[in-house]
Design a protein around this ligand. Structure first.
Ligand code: HEC
Length: 220
């Protein structure tokens, strides 16, 4: 054998190997690749579309304010959200303080005013400054307590979803003998007569009507 013969032989072996390998790969590809190739499409399409939908929903929600949502919010759904609070709070009238203060009638109530509860310095200072729990400030607290009151004793991560917060606040609002006016009520009241606004915004003493309180609480 001369050099050329050896070369050809080696080339032949090499070629045969390459072809054999190629064929094996082709066989692999055709048998196994067909499955993922088919599945890849729907999965990718699904992930894309649902991500897009989620992103859209999230940005929409981020733009919505709790005040806007409050008008259509559900106190019933809020009651379910409140299960996240009941480890620390009672919601019934005259209920005891636990790790957190009782939350009956907290909307428009002076901050840090639950009797016998030892508040953080931060929240106590807000109360001392005469601040009350508005819809907005409750929203900020339950979104992220630590961000609202840096030294808060409320060790709760927060409610990320604006809908949850709106429903939660709607529930808190319902826990009252005379629920605070909704944001739109208040806005309309300023345009409307003073006579209508007064009873809506003032807290009427519970003694003035004997039946309404019971109805109000059960109806909501
Ligand atoms: C781990 C216990 C815990 C959980 C869970 C919790 N809270 Fe609190 N909450 C507290 C404590 C403690 C305080 C007092 C905060 C302070 O002094 O800074 C507080 C204070 C509050 C206040 C202010 C009351 C006042 O008298 O000024 C509101 C309103 C409130 N929480 C609402 C909620 C809501 C709504 C939830 C559920 C979504 C919730 N909390 C979940 C412990 C908790």
């Amino acid at each position: 054998m001369n050099f050329m013969d050896i070369f050809k032989l080696l080339l032949g072996v090499l070629l045969a190997g390459v072809i054999g390998l190629g064929a094996a790969q082709m066989a692999d590809l055709t048998s196994s690749a067909s499955v993922p190739a088919k599945m890849a499409y729907p999965i990718a399409a699904d992930a894309d579309s649902s991500q897009a939908a989620n992103a859209g929903a999230d940005t929409e929600k981020a733009e919505e304010s709790v005040l806007d949502l409050l008008v259509t919010a559900s106190a019933e759904k809020g009651k379910k959200v409140a299960k996240k609070c009941t480890a620390c709070h009672t919601f019934d009238q005259g209920g005891p303080n636990r790790t957190g203060p009782n939350l009956w009638d907290v909307v428009n109530k002076a901050k840090a005013s639950a009797e016998g509860f030892s508040y953080s310095n931060g929240l106590a200072a807000m109360g001392a400054a005469g601040e009350v729990w508005t819809y907005e400030s409750i929203d900020k607290l339950i979104l992220k307590p630590k961000a609202y009151i840096s030294d808060t004793k409320m060790s709760f991560a927060g409610l990320k979803k604006v809908k949850d917060r709106a429903n939660m606040i709607a529930y808190l609002r319902s826990l009252s003998d005379s629920p605070a006016p909704l944001p739109t009520d208040a806005a309309e009241a300023t345009d409307a007569t003073e006579a209508e606004m007064a009873p809506a915004s003032e807290d009427m003493p519970a003694a003035t009507d004997s039946e309404a309180p019971a109805d109000a609480t059960t109806a909501q």
